[in-house]
Design a protein around this ligand. Structure first.
Ligand code: GLU
Length: 483
């Protein structure tokens, strides 16, 4: 493919948030364009006047920007093939419909929604697959004029020619549809607004789209679109249908499985770089081994030939793991800033605490930080004043007759240190254990419960340093006095 020849588009309908399925489609279009040095267009398919809202458009644009999917032509950016809102392109649909009508490839249909619905019901009752019966095509001209005078201009329907349509899909083998399965679809509704199939063809042609990359839920639309291209005398683009996304249980991904909108993932603390890496792997694989790809690497390696046709599973665990990887790539300062925002939102910020307290905490949490809000879980011991003892943890302390003495000894040992750094605490406590003739663990286990309330925590010497001498000693003494 010659550089610069690729033109692709992402064409969302602004009826809600950007779903991860849509984001994955947008990403694949973007990667394909960037890989081939082509053009990525954003087109807003807002012809469903009842369901399209400006708020949804704004949410989609902001989610795309957050993911770093910049468009070369589209809303706000502009470009030579605009406007990029279908609601502003009505003249071109009317013009194309006029050409099809004039050539006899389309006809006006005056059937009312109620009539269509009643006939559909009859067909279903007979066990026939519902389709338009073509009756307006057969109207003699005099009759047509009479009905038109009564009912207005009507809708424009395509006259589906006999035959079959096939295409060589980029991500699967040849796909074939008999026209018996396709009926005379509406191109323009009686209010003059185009249907999706018609508007998509007119715009993809006008915008000189070379590859239509979209979800495979659109496969059954493709033969209809190819027929429209044919009747308009336009060469269709190539089609690549990307596989659907399933939840971990194998059913179609939905809210039941967890977050599904890009915005929700953003609000839950996922990083755009992690999302991009994760989404790219939904339906695409490089060598079956590599999983971590930064943006430049994806642009360099992505192509459609390795997009599969089997459904992709949205594995939330894997996304969390990936997010942890990308969080670790941030500087400690950046990670701390994200964590601190969560701490503040939770109302757990500690007044008069030096910033280093938070960065030490985040540093000690290390890989356990899968999302910034994990600081609230792993850092609870330091963020809250009260220790909440897990019953089993406290029971373990109680069952050791020497626990009281050991906790007191650790308290005293820390108190004697000029400063409780993790390293100083470690060597002092190991020396203390040797002096007392016990294993270090015998001092550490009850201390951990006394300091954090739990049997599992961050490294115990980090815990001591983060709490600081005063808080650590008070907790050890407090626990000892309860025994
Ligand atoms: N507006 C359509 C959708 O959101 C676009 C499909 C296409 O890419 O052709 O599903």
């Amino acid at each position: 493919m010659s550089a610069g020849s690729v033109r692709v588009r992402f064409a969302p309908s602004p009826t809600g948030h950007l779903h991860v399925g849509g984001a994955r489609t947008a990403l694949m279009n973007w990667l394909f364009a960037r890989h081939h040095g082509g053009v990525f267009i954003l087109r807003i398919e807002d012809t469903d006047r009842e369901r399209s809202t400006p708020e949804a458009t704004a949410a989609i644009l902001s989610a795309m920007r957050w993911l770093g999917l910049d468009w070369d032509e589209g809303p706000q950016t502009g470009g030579p093939s605009g406007p990029y809102f279908q609601s502003e392109r009505r003249a071109s649909y009317a013009e194309a419909a006029g050409r099809l009508l004039a050539a006899g490839h389309a006809y006006r249909c005056y059937c009312t929604p109620e009539e269509l619905e009643a006939r559909r019901g009859e067909q279903l009752a007979r066990g026939a697959s519902p389709r338009y019966d073509g009756r307006c095509f057969e109207l003699p001209e005099s009759e047509r004029l009479r009905v038109a005078a009564e009912r207005g201009p009507g809708a424009v329907r395509l006259r589906m020619p006999p035959g079959e349509t096939s295409w060589d899909d980029v991500t699967r083998d040849t796909v074939r549809f008999s026209h018996d399965e396709l009926d005379d679809i509406v191109l323009l509704r009686s209010d003059g607004l185009p249907t999706y199939n018609f508007a998509a063809v007119v715009d993809d042609a006008a915008m000189r789209i070379t590859h239509v990359i979209r979800g495979d839920d659109h496969i059954s639309n493709t033969p209809r679109q190819i027929v429209i291209y044919g009747l308009l005398g336009i060469e269709p683009p190539r089609f690549a249908h990307v596989p659907m996304i399933l939840g971990p249980d194998g059913s179609r991904l939905s809210k039941r499985h967890g977050a599904t909108s890009v915005e929700a993932f953003r609000d839950e603390g996922f990083l755009p770089e992690a999302m991009v890496n994760f989404l790219a792997l939904l339906g695409w694989a490089y060598d079956g081994k590599q999983e971590l790809f930064d943006r430049e690497d994806l642009v360099a390696k992505f192509d459609l030939d390795r997009v599969g046709k089997n459904p992709a599973i949205f594995n939330y665990e894997k996304l969390e793991w990936m997010n942890a990887v990308y969080l670790r790539r941030l500087s400690l300062d950046e990670r701390t800033r994200l964590a601190l925002a969560e701490i503040e939102t939770a109302g757990l910020a500690r007044p008069a605490t030096a910033p280093v307290f938070y960065s030490r905490l985040v540093e000690a949490i290390g890989e356990r930080l899968r999302r910034p809000s994990d600081v609230l879980v792993h850092g609870a011991f330091a963020l809250r004043d009260e220790v909440t003892f897990e019953p089993e943890a406290w029971a373990m302390v109680v069952s050791e007759p020497k626990a009281r003495d050991r906790l007191s000894a650790v308290a005293e040992c820390l108190e004697r240190l000029p400063e409780v750094s993790a390293a100083a605490a470690e060597s002092a406590i190991r020396a203390l254990a040797a002096e007392m003739g016990v294993k270090a663990g015998e001092l550490i286990h009850p201390s951990r419960v006394a300091l954090t309330g739990s049997r599992a925590s961050l490294g115990i010497f980090d815990v001591m340093e983060i709490l600081g001498k005063e808080r650590a000693v008070a907790r050890l003494r407090g626990a000892a006095s309860r025994l």
